[in-house]
Write a protein that binds this ligand. Sequence first.
Ligand SMILES: Cc1cc2nc3c(=O)[nH]c(=O)nc-3n(C[C@H](O)[C@H](O)[C@H](O)COP(=O)(O)O)c2cc1C
Length: 200
Amino acid sequence: MLFKNLPDQAPFQLFEQYYQDAENNNQPIAEAGCISSVDKDGKPHSRFVNFKYFFEDNLIFFSSYSSNKAEDFKLNQNVAINFWWSNTNVQIRLEGQISKCSVKFSDEHFYGREIGKNIAAIVSNQSREIESYEVLEAKYEKIKSDIEEGRIDEIRPEDWGGFQISVSYFEFWEANNDRLNYRECYSLEQGEWRKFFLQS
Ligand SMILES: Cc1cc2nc3c(=O)[nH]c(=O)nc-3n(C[C@H](O)[C@H](O)[C@H](O)COP(=O)(O)O)c2cc1C
């Protein structure tokens, strides 16, 4: 995850410190966080995504705008995110409001990625059913050779791009002896960050 123009308020700075600590302790895929959404029937759904940036007060990941999660975000912008880093035994819970990133931001990220990932983004109709995995593989190989042989261009699909979560709640949790765990929280209230502690 890249950190850019982070606010100098405590929870953002703390998040970056905990993240760097996880990386320094060789945490695999520290950028993977579980994001939960709620669908039109009020049912929650969770899945991991890779958060590529913490830009200003926004956590950012990339995905399909036609996926199941994107449908949930259209109806309910409230999301919850959870990171757990086993190498440091730290959990960080965040909550906030989700929206789409600008076209410019999505373009910059898309055109900076490896071609293989972009082909998958072009090919895959994320969250939709398909007859078999082999059919998806065949679609991938077809588009890959079309791009490599110049029959079609590697263009960002309009329905693929960034999602940004403007964070309004952080909980930093550290495991401690006898389950007397440490829970330091920050909640954005009338524009100010309130710091408090929760019992474990
Ligand atoms: C570690 C990890 C990272 C992932 N990163 C992403 C990601 O950045 N973007 C994405 O769309 N899906 C990512 N996925 C796949 C999602 O978990 C999920 O299968 C996909 O987004 C479809 O979810 P949906 O049907 O709820 O929309 C990742 C999965 C794992 C296990």
